[in-house]
Write a protein that binds this ligand. Structure first.
Ligand SMILES: Nc1ncnc2c1ncn2[C@@H]1O[C@H](COP(=O)(O)OP(=O)(O)OP(=O)(O)O)[C@@H](O)[C@H]1O
Length: 324
């Protein structure tokens, strides 16, 4: 045993005691998050060619948060959502949702996860609803599939279906089939279907992609309502440019990594303010917005200067004040 390992007095801890105390005191990354993605990697291999769709993506979402994920086409949004929904397995990293480790699920766990823990809403309205069932029957279907049978359960399921449709302000649609509903009403029924089995998390992939702005607003309002009233955590992937006014936080993805966050808050006059931040990852990496770097022709490397209250980032060129 080394000198340091030996306790020298009653109050002096040994090195191993200090080490275990340090490990115990330091919270693990995202320990208390409802959704945790840590260094998530997803590589697709097609015909010998590798596409890195997610390249070390970090994302933390708190329980009860409502966030949007935005990014250019091909940035990895759908890949992320497929992982979170349990449809796809990442190549590496950690993905945990409501305590479930998504890389270590058996087929049985996966079925339970997809039926009970998460609910989804897809862009194509036709993918969300069965055309020959009424809205009410569509909402009851996942409860039946999850094994709610018997008369008492059937009655409870019917009640819950009607309550969910009322909550999303489409009670009047209960007896209609999807063909008799507008696109926005269909997507709100789809949200009710996603909520049927009381999931902890709902995931929506471009839920307003096929809708006009008025219907989109109804769909966002319904998602906000589900989030506020039922406490469900919600992640919405979207191209909708108005989304940052509709959600608490908008996460921007670039090249398979989280690159920016826009936080929405109300100022003292009640006006909504959306402020954009760059994301600093766990090892201190930062993605500078492309329009900033190209405006100053920054390439390959930049010079950093630590100031009293900020860090300056300079192009790799001599500045006028530099000595010749
Ligand atoms: N099954 C697959 N096989 C091979 N490559 C794939 C597959 N799915 C996605 N990719 C590739 O992974 C990258 C990320 O795709 P992804 O669909 O996640 O992007 P996205 O941000 O959702 O795009 P969009 O907004 O157009 O839907 C892209 O380069 C895409 O071509």
């Amino acid at each position: 045993m080394s000198d340091l390992e030996t306790s020298t007095g009653l109050d002096t801890p040994t090195l191993s005691e200090l080490e275990s105390e340090a490990v115990r005191a330091r919270p693990a990354f995202g320990e208390h998050s409802h959704i945790l993605c840590d260094n998530l990697v997803r590589i697709y291999k097609t015909e010998g060619v590798e596409v890195v769709a997610l390249q070390g993506l970090d994302l933390l979402v708190d329980k009860g948060e409502l966030i949007a994920v935005v990014g250019a086409s091909g940035s990895g949004k759908s890949t992320l959502l497929n992982v979170l929904s349990g449809l796809d397995v990442p190549t590496a990293g950690v993905a945990r949702v409501a305590g479930t480790d998504l890389l270590a699920m058996t087929a049985k766990d996966r079925l339970h996860y997809r039926r009970q823990v998460v609910g989804f809403i897809w862009q194509q309205t036709a993918r969300n609803l069965l055309p020959y069932l009424t809205a009410r029957e569509n909402v009851r279907l996942p409860m039946r599939l999850a094994g709610r049978r018997g008369r008492a359960s059937r009655a409870a399921a019917a009640r819950r279906a009607d309550e969910l449709l009322e909550l999303l302000e489409i009670g009047y649609c209960a007896g209609r089939r999807p063909g008799e509903l507008s696109g926005g009403e269909q997507q709100r029924v789809a949200i009710a279907v996603a909520l049927a089995n009381e999931p902890q998390v709902v995931l929506a992939d471009e839920p307003t992609g096929e809708l006009d702005s008025e219907n989109s607003e109804h769909v966002f309002a319904a998602l906000r309502r589900a989030n506020r009233e039922l406490g469900v955590t919600a992640v919405i992937v979207t191209h909708d440019p108005t989304v940052s006014e509709q959600v608490d936080r908008t996460v921007g993805i670039r090249d398979g990594r989280t690159s920016s966050e826009t936080l929405r808050r109300e100022d003292s006059d009640g006006a909504i303010i959306a402020e954009e931040y760059a994301v600093l990852d766990r090892v201190g990496r930062l993605q500078l917005p492309r329009d900033f770097t190209s405006a100053l022709a920054m390439e390959r490397r930049v010079r950093l200067e630590l100031e009293r209250d900020h860090i300056g980032v300079w192009p790799d060129r001599p500045r006028p004040e530099d000595p010749q």
